[in-house]
Design a protein. Sequence first.
Length: 346
Amino acid sequence: MSNGGGSMGWVVGGCVAAVLMPVIMMVAVSGGGEGAAAEGQGSGVGGGLKEGEVPAQYVPWVLKAGGMCEVIKPAVIAAQIEAESNWGPDRVSPVGAQGLSQFMPGTWTTWGRDDDGNGRASPFDPGDAIMAQGRYDCALAKQVQGYKDRGQASGETLDLALAAYNAGPGAVQQYHGMPPYQETQGYVARIKSLIPKYESVDDAPGKIPDGQQMAMPIPGNPPVTSPYGMRMHPILHVYKLHTGIDFGAAAGTPFKAARDGTVTFAGWSTGYGNRVIIDHGTINGDHIETTYNHMSALSVSVGQKVKVGQQVGAVGSTGYSTGPHAHFEVMQNSKYVDPAPWLGLK
């Protein structure tokens, strides 16, 4: 197993060999998908998670960390956590790697932040660890892609990024690709083999039920907790139009595209919190869009083509919200309309 997070040692020929890793160039990683995948980068996975595989309390963090860049998707984050700690947040390796994502203390100092807002940045706090893992993975992906662009390395970017996580980016540069270390190669192979376990199999294509124009954006048959129409706003305390439908759903529940389209917005919006807007083009002569709001995490990015049933994020309670729920909207020619007829509810 990797000693994680740019660890300082690994098993070679049955013994632990110390490795002095070069100081890596610090790379800022944006939450908006910096390091977009170039042709041949080979992430090979989608943006959703298979239901029930990731512990529920970690789903929002895995989706958020897996939305930082194109190469490192949520299923990669989840597979890597299983390989590193088998979902044990208190794990400490024999060489001192810590927590869910097995960060060495020196590496944690650079990448660790108080992402969960509890007043401390700790590799033993799952939210902090998973987000630091995403930042570090994406930085490594960008760094090894740079090696490839300069002709200093060859191979799939994902494979090289995972190798760099295990053995250090200097080893990837030194060996012009995958390092010849048995543990590193086994680490990459194991994570690649685990990705299908976590990648959503019902992301695409889904299906719009017969007689409907859109599929339900929440799994199963969720209750409508607040319909479209005029109401007293629960936070602003003013009588105004409720521009969509609220469905009762637990935090972390997959929020899915209601039909095929293109993501035109994915980010923070005052009031709506984490929001995704999908443009579905022209339907029966009208321009149709859908929105997905108050999410705890996003799993798509602007410009991405999505299929009906593909996960766009996770149910949450961000923005003006009194608790976790799925607020879904339909816009017809840029005006909000009742989503119920589109979903076959009326």
